[in-house]
Design a protein around this ligand. Structure first.
Ligand code: SF4
Length: 327
């Protein structure tokens, strides 16, 4: 067993003081970090419990500010999340189990790591994310769950969060605090594609603490949803997921938001599909064409080519459901 120190932070300043030390990890609900420590993928020397930090959900300028320590269940059940951003409520409820959602925090959800099986197999598999330069056993291995967009020869892992897919579609921002003060990072730019350094997963610096996420006002997001396609009905990660919102005016797409999960190392905002749809007829043909535009850059691995068609169908189905289009 590797010994470690444990501290419980009373506020953000105390957490950041601890976090400045090397090999310190912040502990939210522990629903991923503890697994990683058990598998010896993570070996912190100090763990700082930050669950006493902000648990508030407050309105601001027609949007919401959600504290980093708010539990996932509290976000999903909040009346303003359910009415203004149903895609976010549904995305969270599609993730994990009720017990895990009751423990998991917003900040921890954003920072959860891939569930690539080779990444967790610290004894027997090569993994560039765990040990840079070692190689990637997923490339020639069982890669059915892996990425079709934005991957690299170094890593083809996917990001596992459902919540982050909705946050990317909603233009959410992440507030980060360190000893120098606060800064705000768009959720879409928070996670990084693997390139040659898949071990660098976010733009966070050592000691940075996520204190809140902010979701701007988006009136048409009342007409939004999240659809997750997976191997079984619950407690499974997405093969493909889609967060979508659409506003249709006189049969024409006026506004649309789309993001995909299960396809890349980050929540994948579907900008090409959005651009292809604005001003077009709100028909299933338009939705399908937009999906194909987005997926034109997809590169399948040996076992996951099905994801391209699955993603295209799911995008069209979600937009069809939200718009009422039948042809
Ligand atoms: Fe590691 Fe990424 Fe390869 Fe999985 S896909 S084994 S996380 S390098």
């Amino acid at each position: 067993m590797t010994p470690l120190a444990f501290a419980r932070a009373a506020d953000a300043a105390e957490a950041i003081r601890h976090g400045a030390a090397a090999r310190t990890k912040y502990l939210g609900g522990g629903t991923n970090l503890v697994d990683l420590m058990r598998e010896t993928v993570e070996r912190p020397s100090t763990v700082v419990d930050v669950t006493n930090l902000s648990r508030d959900i407050t309105e601001r300028d027609g949007g919401l500010v959600i504290g980093g320590a708010v539990r996932n269940t509290a976000v999903a059940e909040h009346p303003l999340v359910r009415t203004r951003y149903p895609m976010l409520s549904r995305a969270i409820l599609a993730g994990a189990s009720a017990q895990i959602r009751n423990m998991a925090t917003v900040a921890g959800n954003i920072l959860q790591r891939t569930r690539c099986a080779y990444f967790y197999d610290n004894e027997g598999s090569r993994c560039n994310k765990r040990s840079p330069g070692e190689g990637c056993d997923a490339l020639e291995g069982f890669n059915r769950m892996h990425a079709i967009l934005g991957a690299s020869p170094s890593c083809v892992a996917t990001h596992p969060s459902d919540m982050c897919v909705a946050l990317a579609a909603l233009d959410a921002t992440v507030t980060v605090q360190n000893a120098d003060g606060n800064r705000t990072i768009p959720l879409e730019g928070f996670h990084q594609l693997p390139g040659e350094r898949p071990d660098i997963e976010t733009v966070l610096k050592p000691g940075d603490l996520i204190t809140a996420i902010s979701i701007p006002a988006l009136p048409f997001a009342t007409n939004s949803t999240y659809r997750k396609v997976r191997d079984r009905a619950s407690y499974a990660f997405a093969l493909v997921s889609v967060a979508g919102a659409i506003e249709v005016d006189d049969g024409t797409v006026k506004n649309v938001r789309l993001a995909l999960g299960g396809v890349a190392a980050k929540p994948w905002r579907a900008h090409k599909a959005e651009a292809a749809l604005r001003g077009q007829p709100a028909t299933l043909q338009s939705f399908r064409a937009a999906a194909e535009a987005e997926l034109s850059a997809a590169v399948p691995l040996q076992h996951n080519a099905f994801k391209i068609e699955l993603a295209a169908r799911t995008i069209a189905a979600v937009l069809g459901e939200l718009s009422g289009a039948t042809e």
